[in-house]
Ligand binder design. Structure first.
Ligand code: HEC
Length: 142
């Protein structure tokens, strides 16, 4: 009986502490002009599409295609077409740094993928997603 109660109390407090962690949003809010913000969020949705497509190409062993899409839609080559410079002027330094580290990591992934070593390519891809995670943990727009 005692262990039973203890289990329930632990479960309850686990649930409560989780809820309060979710309520406390410690991310820094960054303000962009409305048009630029919409453009940025639309890019973000495309980033996720690209990650998914990269995983599809890796799973079908089409590493050149994975490299192509990474470089042109996420890598250094994507920076201009995404208006990264226009967005960057509104970003705090830390956010800019994470943003450019993501573009660099995507280009590094593209090179590793072209070289055709899946293990190296996955390692480089994880550095791309690490940048997504780091920025999302630190900043918000709304
Ligand atoms: C330099 C910072 C930064 C990087 C890097 C970044 N994001 Fe974001 N992303 C944001 C911010 C800020 C938001 C808005 C979050 C909020 O306000 O709650 C966002 C929102 C999103 C959204 C939601 C879009 C919407 O319509 O609301 C998606 C999806 C997303 N990001 C995917 C990604 C993926 C995938 C990557 C990596 C390949 C990535 N992001 C990299 C900053 C970043």
């Amino acid at each position: 009986m005692r262990t039973y109660l203890f289990a329930i109390i632990s479960l309850l407090s686990f649930g409560l502490s989780n809820a309060s962690a979710a309520d406390r949003d410690t991310r820094e809010q960054v303000s962009f002009p409305k048009m630029i913000q919409q453009h940025m969020l639309s890019n973000m949705r495309d980033h996720l599409v690209v990650i998914n497509e990269i995983l599809i190409y890796l799973s079908t062993d089409e590493m050149d295609k994975a490299a192509d899409i990474a470089e042109n839609r996420l890598g250094m080559s994507a920076m201009n077409s995404h208006g990264a410079g226009q967005q960057a002027q509104y970003m705090p330094e830390g956010m800019k740094k994470i943003g450019s580290s993501m573009h660099r990591a995507a280009s590094r992934f593209a090179r590793k993928s072209e070289e055709g070593d899946p293990a190296e390519a996955y390692k480089a891809l994880q550095e791309v997603t690490a940048a997504c995670v780091a920025c999302h943990a630190a900043y918000r727009v709304n």
